[in-house]
Design a protein around this ligand. Structure first.
Ligand code: AMP
Length: 585
């Protein structure tokens, strides 16, 4: 079925999109010119916290609201740019007082609470590297990431510490300092610091460290099909891409009330939930609570949200609820709506255009790219189901890998791998400690994204699927190997294969196939035990929803479990020659 174009709406006077003429902007764009928009620091230094906060304060905009935080119980707390500049300076002073040096890694394991924002930007202000962990991770994912990243500081809460860190504390060799938001309890380490008290004890002034553009700033973990999680290295200069893409693809401007619903534990919640909107002088709206359709519509209206950036799983849940938002709430302030992270069905785009009077603008990027690469722009017609066109400054292509060479595919709507020409500032600089993994995804001057896509005759890109076996569940990328490893630790498990099972709301859910050791027999009780084991080890974010028992799992000639075959069988698809193929990773 081809759905009709959604014509760009006529812009209200004074509200023309910041990128008015896509073709002209693309032709004229250069990263060197765009760089002039950064304030910068002496000697060519770049500090993301300075760009996001101090710069505005120095320019006399300190009283503007930077963050409106809404608690689960509807408590509202506002922070001006000056407040956040002071809080981040305090956090930087705390790090300095602990002897934490420039370049050391500060991790957070926190829900969406104000301290997270102060810690993230305070870490960057101090010249350290920030790495956010999703608070729904269990001990194993936390251990893997803190170990790979050699985290020396962890900011968390007493409850999260007791559940997720205490069981693995003795294995965290590099961890020197634990800072607890909301104070300690009797399960906390005796040398833990209290976040509020530590901040109150130091001055609210700190000169941002003059970090170089290529210094590491952020470490974002992502997953592959095999092996441990990968720590994607992002540098200080990424802020330039955050600024440019926030302005062009999300149309952000000073005074906007911007709601990015992504959790800062993932890259979207950092690049666009914190950095881009602050750099551009907008107000972040942060909701501590989890998804709730009525609440979301209420917040959109009450907080007069102007730009909303969310994800397909949430959009599908809103569609399912069937509430007419416009009948319930005044959404006339809402100027621009965007979506990212997983395929946005064409039907959802059409639904949004009918329901809100404006469509969701799907855009595409990934942890490695650090920022939006391909987008539907306010100034262009939207083709429902397409992820849009490349941003100014971004060269994309559809390519085939043949005998180690990369061949661009020019024919319209021919499927190939989505590739990008490196050179934009938020491109990752490698996976921490794994040079060969980085090399595997670059060839002939292209970065290979691992996604399959097509490009039509107008230059619009269409996402087809992943080239590998990683799972996308509710927008979260999950490595099957990480889930398999945790299940293998159960005493009854001999072999395990994990796949993404299609799900109408979450896109995919995690399903595990288990072969038992001799002496164990399949039963509901054992299944429950395995599910419980996985939840404790992995946390709700990664644990499988379903487990099936199998006598044997299909394997390649070299003995690797064939997830593709498991998936084909699960879906009742033809197995074709899958059963004779060697796994590609
Ligand atoms: P992550 O690194 O966790 O942000 O996941 C990135 C992956 O999510 C991409 O490589 C795609 O497979 C998928 N993805 C991101 N945005 C979209 C989109 N707009 N449509 C379809 N898939 C997407």
């Amino acid at each position: 079925m081809t759905l009709p174009l959604i014509r760009k709406p006529p812009a209200a006077r004074g509200a023309e999109p910041q990128l008015r003429d896509y073709a002209a902007a693309r032709a004229a764009f250069s990263w060197a010119d765009a760089r002039r928009e950064l304030a910068g620091l002496p000697g060519g230094g770049v500090n993301i916290a300075y760009e996001a906060l101090d710069r505005h304060v120095i320019a006399g905009r300190g009283i503007a609201r930077a963050l409106r935080w809404i608690g689960k119980d509807d408590t509202v707390r506002d922070f001006s740019y000056a407040d956040l500049a002071a809080a981040t300076s305090r956090f930087a002073n705390v790090l300095a007082s602990l002897g934490v040096k420039r370049g050391e890694r500060v991790f957070s394991l926190l829900g969406r609470q104000p301290a997270l924002y102060a810690a993230a930007l305070g870490t960057l202000k101090a010249g350290c590297v920030f790495s956010p962990l999703f608070s729904a991770f269990g001990p194993e994912p936390v251990l893997a990431r803190l170990t790979i990243g050699a985290g020396s500081v962890l900011v968390t809460t007493a409850v999260l510490y007791a559940r997720k860190v205490a069981p693995i504390r003795d294995q965290l060799k590099s961890l020197k300092h634990v800072i607890l938001v909301g104070g300690a309890d009797d399960r906390s380490p005796t040398d833990a610091r209290d976040f509020d008290r530590a901040l109150a004890a130091v001055p609210p002034e700190f000169a941002p460290v003059v970090t170089a553009p290529e210094d590491m700033a952020l470490l974002h973990f992502t997953s592959g099909t095999t092996g441990k999680p990968k720590g994607a290295i992002h540098v200080r200069d990424a802020v330039l891409a955050h600024r440019v893409t926030g302005r062009y693809a999300l149309d952000l401007r000073p005074g906007d009330v911007f709601w990015c619903t992504a959790d800062p534990g993932w890259v979207t919640g950092m690049s666009y939930g914190i950095i881009a909107p602050l750099v551009l002088g907008a107000t972040l709206l942060v909701d501590e609570a989890e998804f709730d359709a009525e609440r979301w519509y209420r917040l959109l209206a009450r907080e007069r949200v102007t730009v909303w950036y969310t994800a397909p799983t949430a959009i599908r849940m809103l569609m399912k609820i069937g509430v007419d938002p416009v009948a319930h709430a005044d959404l006339t302030r809402l100027r621009f709506m965007a979506s990212v992270g997983e395929p946005l069905n064409a039907e959802a785009v059409v639904w949004s255009a009918q329901t809100f009077g404006r469509p969701f603008h799907d855009n595409w990027w990934q942890t490695e790219t650090g920022g939006i690469m391909i987008a539907n722009f306010a100034a262009l017609d939207v083709k429902p189901g397409s992820v849009g066109v490349p941003l100014p400054g971004i060269e994309a292509g559809i390519v085939a890998r043949r005998n180690g060479r990369i061949e661009p595919i020019a024919a319209p709507m021919a499927m190939g791998e989505l590739a990008l020409r490196p050179g934009w500032p938020s491109m990752f600089r490698g996976y921490l400690g794994e040079t060969e993994r980085y090399e595997r995804c670059s060839a002939d001057g292209w970065y290979l994204t691992g996604d399959l896509a097509m490009r039509d005759g107008d230059g619009y890109y269409w996402f087809v699927g992943r080239a590998d076996e990683v799972i996308k569940s509710a927008g979260h990328l999950i490595g099957p190997f990480e889930v398999e490893s945790a299940l293998m630790e159960h005493r009854a498990v001999a072999e395990v294969g994990v796949i993404g099972k299609p799900d109408p709301t979450a896109g995919e859910t995690v399903k595990a196939f288990v072969a038992l050791k001799a002496g164990f027999t399949p039963s509901d009780a054992l299944r429950k035990d395995l599910l419980g084991h996985a939840r404790v080890k992995l946390g709700l974010a990664l644990a499988p929803r379903e487990i099936d028992f199998r006598e044997n799992l299909p394997k390649t000639r070299s003995g690797k479990i064939m997830r593709r075959l498991l998936k084909a069988r699960e879906l009742g698809l033809p197995e074709g020659d899958l059963s004779t193929l060697e796994s590609d990773e």
